[in-house]
Design a protein. Structure first.
Lengths: 190, 190
DNA sequence: GTCTATAGCCAGATAGAC
DNA sequence: GTCTATCTGGCTATAGAC
């Protein structure tokens, strides 16, 4: 693994742990075992390196989510696979975390990978809910787009509750709660 | 309003806008129109001032939430009042934001007001869901604690989605989605 | 209570040697 | 490509005068 690669990987980790504001080029270099000169040779500066790291984080998240969202027979199963997948709630979401960072949100370029990731996720969830409704598996009154946003929000909000509590319990409760509500929206049981 | 008061108010605003890591004592002093000496006379340092500001943010949030959670005839109405209350999603939550801050989460003292706020909120929501279930207004299978966590998470996650999108739309969708799912959990309509 | 001075360290970046 | 030197300025805090 060359220097540029190690710098990106280190930036990925630090952005996840400490956010954009809390991550310094110095700290990234140190973790990567690279010097100042190396970093500024490969990247224009902090925003440039962070962008490369964030794009990789986004791609990774999307690949994982897609795997879960396409796994399961029914729409309800696929939503369940996504919601109940094993996560580390106290670590939070490596992409969603960036949305709380003032310097990321203020910069259109830096925000782009974050925006695209969640646009895609909500779109994908919307499709699945719509399939469920079309198949009569979820009640007809359910708005696919709204329901999809709620599902995505439960996961992101679950991270907030878990980190606030210092325990994964609120996260687990929140996703179970979402599953319970989705279950209530099944005509067969509702 | 004296200096100490202005410092706390300025810290409140900056913590909301930029988080703990992104807020410097210098910036707080500048916004408050107070000097170094004044700040370090009234507070031991950055953590001490931040703690005072966070406690006030927590108290304010709790008072607002309690007002909404006690407004409405039925449990379903009270949850609706809470979820659909007017918010500024792009600004995010002044308490939940702190849960994403590494230096806050790492320090038990700083995390305390954040933890207490969400412990209280989830507890309060749990009571309301339990009342709804007991009254036959929400289906019996619904777990009060899990459902409460899901409701709280939708709001916190809605902020993440809105800030990622640069638009309040995903937030509004998420809370409408949550309302739709709660509606599906009413025996009368489900 | 508030001011100014001072301190040591870090952020973020540039320049030029190798 | 990577190194070291250097720069400006901000962070967080302390000390002592007023």
């Amino acid at each position: 693994m060359d220097s540029a690669e190690r710098l990106i990987e280190s930036a990925r980790e630090l952005l996840w742990e400490r956010g954009y504001v809390g991550t310094s080029p110095r700290a990234v270099q140190e973790r990567a075992g690279a010097g100042q000169g190396s970093m500024y040779h490969h990247f224009r500066g902090k925003p440039d390196l962070a962008l490369a790291a964030m794009r990789r984080n986004s791609a990774e998240l999307r690949a994982q989510a897609e795997a879960q969202l396409s796994s399961g027979e029914t729409a309800f199963d696929r939503l369940g696979t996504y919601l109940l997948r094993e996560r580390d709630p106290l670590r939070g979401c490596r992409v969603g975390r960036m949305a709380m960072d003032p310097d990321v949100v203020a910069d259109e370029t830096l925000r782009q990978p974050v925006r695209e990731t969640f646009d895609w996720l909500r779109g994908r969830l919307t499709e699945i809910v719509a399939e469920g409704v079309a198949a009569g598996e979820l009640r007809a009154g359910l708005d696919p787009s709204d329901t999809a946003a709620a599902v995505a929000a439960v996961v992101q909000g679950g991270y907030v509750l878990a980190r606030a509590a210092g325990s994964r319990q609120p996260f687990d409760e929140a996703v179970r709660g979402a599953m319970g509500l989705l279950d209530a929206a099944r005509p067969a049981t509702g």
